[in-house]
Design a protein around this ligand. Structure first.
Ligand code: BGC
Length: 492
């Protein structure tokens, strides 16, 4: 098609070559959203397998049994990615494909190992660098049944560490970029505070039979932080000396801007919102080594305390800051006492500010608006607070009306504008001295968007989910990113 490569980069001439020569770019995915083959070749069930087979939990009543069939079609996918010009690919390993029952004493599933070996080798044969996430939300169901998964840090830790050890041992000769957890905050908030994601626990009895939104999210977060650090210690002591890779964590975080910039209470509320969302995880790892004071003030003893040993283990436990971000909200202070189930810092998050300015054009996802300015502010906020290299590990959007692979849909200007806006901000931040080393668009193909099922399409590739082959159709944004990165990445 003639529209593939005809983007005008001249308005951004000052950004040419802004990114380092060895900048990695490509797409990110997650096993449960793409692989399918949910019970093939010995794979055990994950909490998402159970959740999506429970009526009423997923918007379109779909399951991820087949998803995009990436398990079968990985070769075609790597070839398509290659044609998109990527230099790297971020994907996650399904724990219950590798250790079907999940536990430290449970057997390893060799066909699962073989699958990831084939995928990694295919990527390397195509000069695509693998970035591997150990955990993207799919806890083995058996561990949930045995002891409540991450609610039980003591029993969970050895199981996660054994799984991590198997991965480092079997793949670490070729994988040099490791991510322990993807968005520990979203896992715990959506799964244990809102109860809309697996394992589906909350205080809301109309939604979930069990759970306590006022305590469990903070307990699970603590387990994630400490076991992340334990896995990093394991890697650094036993694998890194010979394998020489880097390892870190990926945190979610949208930007919070004050609703009224002239109201000090809103300015403080926006900062508090950033700390509840981001510093909750980032301060213990990269900052003070403890949870933010504003969280302790509001939550008291409902926020766990690090033992001295945990504190020193967690502090400094990430070689980089893995950043997933999508949008910005306007944040207004509240005058009432915080709700017992509040986890945002007692604020209201709004779509317009006090002057009626919108946070950005609507996508096809209720919480997501295109808001590049906030992204620029977020990059600087994170950099100024923590001063560690940033790996952008996810960023992208849905677009309204993407229901069939028509020419109009494939010419996805809404997504192109999103990417262009965000990448401009990224390149400018780099020019201002922020150390950014990668960018992964979310996502490679349309996929199974968790509780939204197949309704939210984030891909730069359209997938016909009705077809047996899950036929892929490139959207124009894939070619835009290819051209734009050629412009942004330095050659010499
Ligand atoms: C997650 C992805 C998800 C995306 C869009 C991120 O929070 O890591 O798995 O599909 O956002 O909602």
């Amino acid at each position: 098609m003639t529209w593939k490569h005809n983007f005008d980069t001249s308005p951004d001439v000052e950004l040419q070559g802004a990114l380092r020569k060895d900048f990695h770019w490509g797409y990110a995915t997650a096993a449960a959203q793409i692989e399918g083959a949910w019970n093939h070749d010995g794979k055990g069930p994950s909490i998402w397998d159970k959740f999506c087979h429970t009526p009423g939990k997923v918007k379109d009543d779909s399951t991820n049994e087949d998803a995009t069939r990436a398990y079968d079609l990985y070769k075609e996918d790597v070839a398509l990615m290659k044609s998109y010009g990527v230099t790297a690919y971020r994907f996650s390993l399904a724990w219950s494909r590798i250790v079907p029952l999940g536990g430290a004493e449970d057997p390893v599933n060799e066909p699962g190992i073989d699958y990831y070996n084939r995928l990694i080798n295919e990527l390397l044969a195509n000069s695509i660098t693998p970035f591997v996430t150990l955990f993207h939300w799919d806890t083995p169901q058996t561990l949930e049944d045995r002891y409540g998964g991450m609610l039980n840090q003591e029993r969970y830790a050895p199981d996660f560490l054994r799984y991590a050890r198997v991965c480092f041992d079997r793949f670490g000769d070729r994988v040099k970029h490791w991510i322990t957890y993807n968005e520990p905050g979203v896992y715990t908030l959506a799964g244990y505070a809102g109860g809309m994601h697996a394992p589906g626990r909350s205080s809301f009895r109309d939604r979930n039979e069990e759970g306590d939104s006022s305590t469990e999210p903070f307990i699970v977060a603590h387990t994630e932080l400490v076991t992340h650090a334990q896995a990093v210690k394991l890697y650094r002591e036993e694998f890194k000396p010979s394998q020489k890779g880097v390892i870190g964590i990926t945190l979610h975080g949208n930007y919070s801007d004050p609703w009224d910039v002239n109201d000090p209470a809103d300015v403080a509320a926006a900062e508090r919102a950033r700390q509840f969302e981001i510093a909750w995880f980032a301060d213990p790892i990269y900052g003070t080594g403890d949870y933010p004071a504003c969280m302790r003030d509001q939550l008291g003893d409902r926020l766990p305390r690090f033992t001295a040993e945990e504190k020193s283990l967690v502090h400094g436990s990430s070689d980089f800051y893995g950043m997933n971000t999508y949008t910005t909200f306007f944040v207004k202070h509240r005058t009432e006492e915080p709700d017992i189930n509040d986890h945002k810092g007692n604020v209201e998050k709004l779509d317009t500010n006090s002057e009626g300015k919108s946070r950005g054009p609507e996508s096809d996802t209720y919480w997501l608006r295109t808001a590049p300015e906030g992204f620029g502010k977020l990059l600087r906020w994170v950099w100024n607070r923590y001063h560690v290299p940033i790996y952008m590990t996810e960023n992208g959007t849905t677009a309204k009306g993407e229901v069939a692979p028509t020419d109009d849909v494939l010419n996805d200007t809404f997504r192109i504008e999103f990417f262009q806006g965000y990448l401009r901000e990224l390149a400018r931040a780099v020019q201002d001295g922020v150390d950014i080393r990668s960018y992964f668009g979310w996502t490679f193909t349309d996929n199974w968007e968790w509780a939204a099922g197949y309704t939210d399409r984030f891909g730069v590739t359209f997938v016909d989910f009705e077809s047996e082959e899950k036929t892929r159709y490139p959207k124009r944004s894939a070619y835009f990113l290819q051209d734009y990165f050629q412009h942004l990445i330095a050659r010499e």
